[in-house]
Design a protein around this ligand. Structure first.
Ligand code: ZN
Length: 314
């Protein structure tokens, strides 16, 4: 009883062309590509992980690039908007930067915070929010320095077919604290200093369709393998069907679908992204799990190149 999540571990989305994905998240947003690997269930496609300099839990946005796949539809059963935290006082830098790259944005205010919202190249809805809390990312790239760099997730907006059930799950089972309600959103917060807010849109919206430009799932944090097994039991006792533990190389994962149809994951903080590459070289090489190494040549031939590069425009 009484388990409390630290908040968001990672968020995984489906996008189109992998180079366009890298150009947006590394080139424009200045995130570090912390791991370049493949989708273990579909080895002819990438799984790209972006985060702060260390790829810390609460900072990791991951992508399945499916070039040429159909466009999805954002709606119930998904994360509607993914918000990143930027340092206090850096928002004018970011507004100017988005303009420079031709990314149009609009400004919103909620829960006393000003947020700049925009979409990525493939239609994902994103936001930047100034946050005092959260460790600075030590990553510098293409004009973004630690003074402005994205620190990790500010939070996520959940679109659900059953807002009350989803809210109940977050508060009573996941252990988030309900901290406010404004403009049709209810905000939940964890005690972590990054990835710590989840907003639930209170209206039932039309069901989303998975595809390019939509979020596939949202993962919350478990301290370690034992804590994850506790979570599995805890969530099962609340009536959810939870998968067995899946090894994901950089964390272990369990999954369940909540009543509002959003796919939730609980992922372990360890071992993290520096476990098969050094901190200095993380993200540079294509990493394959041992069981795919014999097929490396073939896999590399199938994958389109996707390189972190300095860009001046999209
Ligand atoms: Zn995941």
């Amino acid at each position: 009883m009484g388990k409390r999540t630290l908040g968001i571990h990672h968020i995984t989305a489906i996008v189109g062309d992998p180079q366009e994905n890298v150009d947006f998240y590394a080139g424009v947003l200045g995130l570090r590509l912390v791991k370049k690997t493949i989708n273990f269930d579909d080895p002819g496609t990438y799984h790209l992980y972006f985060g702060d300099d260390g790829g810390n839990p609460g900072t990791i946005m991951t992508f399945f690039p499916w070039p040429g796949a159909h466009q999805g539809r954002i709606g119930a059963g998904q994360v509607g908007t993914t918000a990143f935290a930027v340092p206090n006082g850096s928002m004018s830098f970011w507004e100017e930067r988005l303009e420079t790259f031709g990314v149009s944005y609009r400004v919103e205010e909620r829960f006393g915070e000003r947020s700049v919202t925009f979409t990525d190249t493939h239609g994902l809805q994103l936001a930047l929010v100034e946050r005092y809390e959260g460790k600075a990312s030590e990553w510098s790239f293409n004009g973004v320095s630690p003074a402005e760099a994205i620190k990790g997730f500010a939070g996520a907006v959940l679109l659900t077919s059953q807002p009350e059930k989803t809210s109940e799950l977050l508060e009573e089972t996941m252990g988030f604290e309900r901290v406010g309600e404004e403009g049709g959103y209810v905000r939940f917060r964890s005690k972590a200093d990054i990835g710590n807010t989840v907003d639930v849109w209170q209206q039932a919206v039309a069901r989303g369709a998975l595809g390019v430009g939509t979020v596939h799932h949202i993962a919350y944090r478990a301290n370690d393998d034992d804590d994850q097994l506790d979570w599995k039991q805890h969530v099962e006792s609340a009536g959810y069907h939870v998968t067995p533990v899946q090894p994901r190389q950089y964390f272990n994962a369990i999954y369940f679908r909540e009543h509002g149809e959003i796919l939730f994951e609980i992922a372990t903080d360890p071992p993290g992204f520096a476990h098969d590459e050094s901190y200095e070289t993380m993200g540079e090489a294509l990493k394959l799990p041992d069981w795919y190494e014999p097929q490396r040549a073939k896999i590399e031939q199938i994958l389109q190149p996707a390189t972190v590069r300095e860009i001046e425009k999209l």
